[in-house]
Design a protein. Structure first.
Length: 128
């Protein structure tokens, strides 16, 4: 269910790494909890983020949720198509619904995040 090539945070964000760049989005579990997404707010390119910083919000018919960066880095790209079609988060959370790309401040910090099996176990523990 969760792509093995990604790393995951306890805040339900995923991170895909390519060289010194990371792509960030929210997990299928997170979008299921939110319900139908109707709005997304993302940061400006150039914004510096620390791990755990709020970088935007997702609004659904149920709630507004903050988005937390799983790593430190500088925002180098924002998925503007997602702002136009936020419902993509519900249909393709691990693909077309990526939110931001960052230049990683410390690529080694990726190792602090969970792998897919660890995240699945974490989600299962949350459901109890």
């Amino acid at each position: 269910m969760y792509p093995n090539e990604f790393r995951y945070s306890e805040d339900h964000e995923w991170l895909g790494v390519e060289g010194d760049r990371g792509t960030i989005g929210i997990t299928d579990y997170a979008q299921n909890q939110l319900g139908d997404v109707v709005f997304v707010e993302l940061p400006e390119v150039g914004r510096a983020l620390k791990a755990g910083d709020v970088f935007g919000t997702v609004e659904s018919v149920k709630a507004v949720s903050e988005l937390f960066s799983p790593v430190a880095g500088e925002v180098v790209e924002v998925n503007s198509a997602l702002v136009q079609k936020p419902e993509t988060i519900n249909s393709d959370p691990h693909g077309a619904a990526w939110m931001i790309k960052v230049r990683l401040a410390d690529p080694a910090s990726v190792g602090d995040l969970m792998d897919a099996a660890g995240y699945e176990a974490f989600v299962a523990s949350q459901a109890k």
